[in-house]
Design a binder for this molecule. Sequence first.
Ligand code: FES
Length: 486
Amino acid sequence: MTGRIQLTLIPLGVTMEADRGTSLESLLFRHGVEFPCGGAGECRGCRVRVIEGAVAITSQMRSIFTPIELEQGWRLGCQACAEGPLTLEVAQWETPVLADDSSLEYEPAAGLGIAIDIGTTTIAAQLLDLETGKVQAVETSLNPQIEHGSDVMTRVQFGLANGPRLTELIRTEILRICRALTSRPVCEIILCGNSVMHHLFCGLSVEPFASVPFEPAEGGTKWFTARELGWQLAGDPQVCFMPCLGSFVGSDILAGILATGMFNSSRYQALVDLGTNGELVVGDGNSMLCASTAAGPAFEAGRIRMGMRAATGAISHVSLEDGRLRCHVIGGTTARGICGSGLVDAVAAGLELGAIQASGRMAVDFPLEGGVCLSQRDIRELQLAKAAIAAGFRILTSRKVERTFLAGAFGNYVSIASARRIGLLNEAEPSGNTALAGTKLVLLNRSRRMEFLEDVPARVRHVNLAADPRFQDVFTDCLSFDGLEG
Ligand code: FES
């Protein structure tokens, strides 16, 4: 059979057409996938997972993968052809998913429970023994909705006409994760996520997120039984999606407030989640302000000319030694791009060297390593992202912040010294997956549900930064790379 077929690569968000029968190697190579053993079928480095469609299993694949891996859809990109429409997950772009191993307060109770953090890109889940508070199993995966948009706003655009499809995708994946965690009866499943994930999982329209004032009317706690979701799970557990705090600030941030202890502290503290949609919370346990700010994709190296995810070949850190640049490349290979943490470091180093001015101007492209360099446009993208966060922070804070917690994957990899040098943030502490940790607190402390899901959100007021008359001036002021005091 001849003709054209469609191929989608996640998490790259690439869709292309190709002649039926084309080797996957040639199609993947065009999109930066490397073939470490030269396509000999010996290293697994080119592995892809079939999400939709079919790729025949060869004897080479049988010798490389376990039967379970084959059943999960893993194939060798160098040993296969595209014989029909395909959606493939490319392992070289595996996004690091933060789990959580903090020890938490808990009230002993019988049975098992599951806590899940649904991110726009990744999902992290843990099975807990409610009697001991101990983690029994962990599962992480990519959010399957990613093929319909890599950030929240593109997901909303797709969801306007295809909401039920996105709901089905995420519910199916969460069911798969729960089954992978255990086949034993589960009492409860507690979920957190940003406001759009909340609406999509709960089967609500995402229309409120498509236009001003971006205020959902149904952002509260939602309870289901597994059966109501069409899930057949031992124990028919209750399923709870924690409440949103306002607009784009979701229950992942509420969980962060719980995990960091901000909710019961008298200190004036902040929580920052850096991403395409940056989220901020500032205050003490009695009264907190929260906001979201559209930072754009620069922290994830999106719209950066040589930007890529934190995968093999990405420059992830840049430092200065005796006035010379030193680049750390993931996997120790030749540099083929730069990821978000490397970008922040590189600009900080460029400022130190005088190659980049405080205004962001450069005379020529800033060379890093192996042909990877930063362009004037790249610098502008980072300026926009960091100004959005810094301006939001400045507007929300009314006095000196005593302690800042950094949530989310990017916050755990970025260098704080570089973040300060570019004027993004002052002192801050990488705090792990606070979303998952806070969700576990809710799961493990049944008598405090009312406090965690109602009283604490009532003490957090959402601020619409876009409607604040000061925002544009403060944002413009924050565009420059004037470093912050230590
Ligand atoms: S490139 Fe090594 S197995 Fe495919």
